[in-house]
Design a protein around this ligand. Sequence first.
Ligand code: S3P
Length: 174
Amino acid sequence: MTKVNNKPNIVLIGYMGSGKSSVGKRLADEVGYKFIDTDSLVEIKKKKSIRDIFESEGEQAFRQVEAQVVTEVSQKEKVVISCGGGVVLNPENIKALKRKGSIFYLRAGIDTLFNRAKRVGVRPLLMVDNPEKEFKKIFSQRKKAYIDAADTIIEVNDYNEDEVVARIIKRLGV
Ligand code: S3P
């Protein structure tokens, strides 16, 4: 069900590997909005990579800065916001993002997600003995939070990035 109602921002949520950043950049170009990536802003704020923040300060410290970044970007307008996979863990993040944003959950099957996530970049949460098991465990804990936060669910499994962008635009009716 779509609840998009003329909000000025487009917010992308989803698990690691769902394609939020690449879809978000293309989408921003298409609709003429600015692209914002919460992970990148956390790195700029802390002057450290996400991996270094997790290693030197721990996940909680990362989540705090992530929440600050979310509060700040939620006040902007005409932006596409690609959120780190864990933003749904904090209900305050979702409340803030919803004020001016329509939330799209990019949903894919767990195997597709894992195959993509292990290819793209370093994920500190996966630096464990059995990354696949950990990946699946975290997803099962978060699954409901993604669905609850979403205004619209976009299935991404069988579609390329251009198709995903086109389907989001269609849902927005812009
Ligand atoms: C995380 C996802 C990452 C990043 C951090 C934690 C998560 O972002 O914010 O490593 O908890 O799912 P991506 O979803 O962009 O990989």
